[in-house]
Design a protein around this ligand. Structure first.
Ligand SMILES: [Fe+2]
Length: 283
């Protein structure tokens, strides 16, 4: 199959790093007609409002409640004025709109063979688009998905931290997150800064962000558009379930070892958690 989004050298760079290490590589989506400001304003109008998160930065300090822009109109205008409005917009699960579903699937389809050889079936494909004004910051956090962030317009710096360093993201935070009891944002400590790897990307560049690697993002001096293509895998689900099972062990007074880093598969604890979950559902 011809590779249209990721050149051959990019596939090699990704293959060498996946799934454990961050890596910067190239893509060819810059200028794609579905990723222009005008197209993204239309996308915001088409997605359910529940899938749009935004901060309309151009609202005055004092405003009557009835004058606050209605969510949909507000976000469309916010995107159109993103250069001036001091705002950010996240368009979530863009695969709900067929043209964007096709785009997401064709981008990830080019890496499917490499992914599945390492981490098993590629599942739960989801796409997100971030439209951000100059200078905005996304705070320190982590995500449960395998992720590639493709920069389409403007530039940003993502500082990525090692996932295996439990001084940054402790075992209990992992466990509570997978039980739905820990927010994805993480407490920051200035002593962490030296452990981060800043990776700057501009149009045509992308970053592979390993599952749950903590990161924070600073936008450059121009409006920015980034496409995030994400997936889950057999391996990532097993790691998540092993973490949840560890929490059970911890609650009965044990001190379980953290799941092993890739290529450890963590199958025994994952199966134990799945059995327990079935019992709880049946009870
Ligand atoms: Fe993130």
């Amino acid at each position: 199959m011809p590779q249209t989004v990721f050149p051959a050298e990019t596939r090699s760079a990704f293959a060498a790093a996946y799934p454990a290490r961050p890596v910067k590589f190239q893509h060819t989506l810059t200028g794609h007609p579905l990723l222009t400001i005008a197209a993204l304003a239309d996308l915001a109008g088409a997605l359910p409002t529940s899938e749009i998160e935004y901060n309309p930065g151009d609202i005055p300090i004092g405003i009557a409640p009835e004058a606050v822009p209605k969510a949909r109109l507000g976000v469309v205008e916010t995107i159109r004025n993103i250069g001036q409005s001091g705002s950010w917009v996240a368009l979530k699960r863009i695969e709900q709109v067929p043209a964007y579903r096709d785009l997401l699937h064709s981008v990830l389809g080019e890496l499917r063979d490499l992914v599945e050889a390492r981490t098993g079936k590629m599942e739960t494909l989801e796409g997100f688009i971030f439209v951000t004004s100059p200078g905005s910051v996304t705070p320190f956090h982590f995500d449960p998905e395998h992720n590639i962030l493709l920069q389409v317009m403007g530039d940003k710096t993502m500082t990525v931290f090692p996932v295996e360093d439990e001084a940054l993201l402790g075992a209990q935070a992992h466990e509570l997150f997978h039980l739905g009891k820990h927010h994805r944002n993480l407490p920051w400590n200035d002593e962490f800064a030296a452990k981060g790897q800043p990776i700057q990307i501009g149009p045509g560049e992308a970053i592979h962000v390993p599952v749950k690697a903590p990161h924070w993002v600073k936008n450059g001096a121009h409006p920015s558009v980034s496409l995030s293509v994400t997936w889950r895998s057999e391996w990532s689900y097993a790691e998540a379930d092993a973490r949840a099972f560890n929490n059970v062990l911890r609650r009965i007074g044990l001190h379980p070892a953290s799941p092993g880093a890739f290529p450890a598969q963590n199958r025994a604890k994952a199966l134990a958690w799945r059995a327990l979950r079935r019992l709880r559902v049946a009870a």
